[in-house]
Write a protein that binds this ligand. Structure first.
Ligand code: ADP
Length: 476
């Protein structure tokens, strides 16, 4: 697990001038030393992907699907071991890590099935002697850059539609969590994926490798999951060669509880939407808007549930929340809380670094939060639920939409007309109505505004890796 597939061979530390270490965020222990690659390896990987994709693209959907099916089955069969690797490098509780592996595998299964359905069109000709056909073809070599919060699923979600469509991939996982990506590549090889088709560049120099990805003209698409600022930079870099982009960027998800909501269901939804992955997902509820009539009751119920969450090492069975990923993440959570408290917010539960020390933080609920506080504008990316009070539906829709982000939104209401009205008025790519859990391989995941472009999952997700070509046939 200390080698990465580059251009058809596995490169280890002996093949590199420099190395870097990977640490367990729960214990601070070093768990791996890996080769630190750069532009040269990235370019070699792109060259080999460019060659490997020629044969791969010619295969039938069914042939590609057979390999993806094997990869899916291997992921499921090895879920326990993959979960251990994931918890070790990222810190999330083992059960959650296992859930992520199965979630990632579900995309591999879905896109394997969809590989057979990249249908085109036959359009009635515009002249008597013309026939018009539309076919869909793989975009070619895809570069992928993925974050640390879902080390398996964010990559599986990109790799599987790319392979299903007939593309090749060069991926750069986050340096904090590269081991899950290496395990995925090992299993892909075991599933029979041809050499050179899936490459992994391990690096601590993301900027350098990002430049190779966006300037190498053999790369036809860049798919990125991460922060809006880095997404913007990559979009600028890719502009020179009009690169096709898939961007899954930051969110600032509102979670709205109306007076007519089922409060217990709303609390259940909040626990999932906020505290899953310790608040470190781009679809995590970031701002809770609670209508005045149920504000106190909701705050009390939520705080009572949050107080029961157990923080600690992800390998401890009883643990609900692992550590934050690094010191910077912890400092941001602390800064958001102290800013809110200095402007009048109250801590209903949590509010401090956990007594365990290290990167552990207490799951927190803040009440009496107002729009002038940092938590209203910025993604906290940690276990903090700030509760804002609102009065009317119109007011809360305006507040919810008052952000440059547009990824996920959630609301709870038992009024059917309101469900449609608010669902349509929220400027977000995904809206959970009476649910805090929206991610699935069968639905299109993605954002609008500065949360990105493109969709992952569902039949729309395959289209992102296909080009539309029109053939006009003139008859004698
Ligand atoms: P996060 O806050 O999740 O770490 P980032 O956007 O910083 O979000 O990182 C997401 C991924 O983007 C990681 O793999 C990281 O190494 C990579 N990355 C960060 N900066 C750049 C850059 N300038 N060019 C290319 N990749 C980058």
């Amino acid at each position: 697990m200390d080698k990465a597939p580059v251009a058809g061979t596995w490169l280890g530390c002996d093949d590199a001038e420099r190395t870097f270490d990977v640490f367990n965020p729960s214990t601070g222990e070093r768990i791996a030393t890996l080769p630190d690659m750069g532009r040269v390896e990235a370019a070699r990987a792109i060259d080999s992907a460019y060659i490997a994709k020629k044969d791969w693209a010619k295969r039938t959907g069914k042939e590609r699907a057979a390999i993806l099916r094997k990869l899916h089955d291997l992921l499921v069969a090895n879920a326990d071991d993959l979960a251990v690797i994931l918890t070790m490098e990222m810190g999330k509780p083992l059960a959650e890590a296992r859930g992520e592996i199965l979630y990632g595998a579900s995309y591999v299964e879905w896109f394997g099935e969809e590989a057979k359905r990249a249908y085109g069109d036959l359009i009635p000709g515009h002249q008597r002697d013309k026939r018009i056909m539309v076919v869909k073809q793989p975009v070619g070599v895809v570069a992928a850059i993925t974050p640390w919060n879902f080390p398996n699923a964010m990559l599986a979600r990109k790799l599987s539609p790319a392979l299903a469509a007939g593309c090749a991939m060069v991926a750069k996982p986050a340096a904090e969590t590269p081991l899950s990506a290496l395990a995925l590549a090992r299993l892909a090889e075991r599933a029979g994926l041809p050499a050179g088709l899936f490459n992994i560049i391990l690096t601590t120099d993301a900027i350098e490798v990002g430049h190779e990805f966006t300037s190498n003209d053999k790369v036809r698409k860049l798919t990125f999951t991460g922060s809006t600022n880095v997404g913007r930079t990559l979009m600028r870099q890719g502009a020179d060669q009009i690169m096709k982009l898939g961007l899954e960027l930051g969110g600032n998800a509102p979670f709205i509880v109306f007076d007519d909501a089922d409060l217990d269901a709303a609390v259940d939804g909040a626990m999932v939407a906020k505290y899953r992955n310790n608040g470190q997902t781009c679809v995590c509820a970031n701002r809770f808007y609670v209508q005045a009539g149920v504000y106190d009751a909701f705050a009390e119920k939520l705080a009572a549930r949050v107080a029961q969450l157990k923080v600690g090492d992800g390998f401890d069975d009883a643990v609900d929340a692992g550590p934050l990923i690094d010191g910077k993440a912890l400092a941001k959570v602390e800064a958001h809380i102290s800013d809110a408290v200095s402007k009048g917010a109250c801590v209903a539960v949590g509010g401090k670094a956990d007594a365990k020390g290290g990167l552990f933080f207490q799951p927190t609920v803040l009440t009496d939060v107002t729009p002038d506080m940092l938590v209203a504008r910025e993604e906290t990316f940690g276990p903090v639920a700030p509760l804002f009070r609102f009065v009317t539906e119109e007011q809360v829709v305006d507040l919810a939409n008052d952000t440059e982000f547009g990824l996920a939104a959630y609301f709870y209401s038992r009024d059917l007309s309101r469900a449609f009205r608010v669902g349509e008025a929220l400027e977000y790519g995904m809206v959970g109505i009476n649910t805090g859990q929206i991610s699935t391989e069968v639905a299109p995941f993605g954002g609008i505004k500065q949360s990105g472009q493109g969709r992952e999952g569902s039949r729309y997700g395959l289209d992102d890796y296909l080009e539309v070509k029109y053939l006009c046939l003139g008859l004698d």
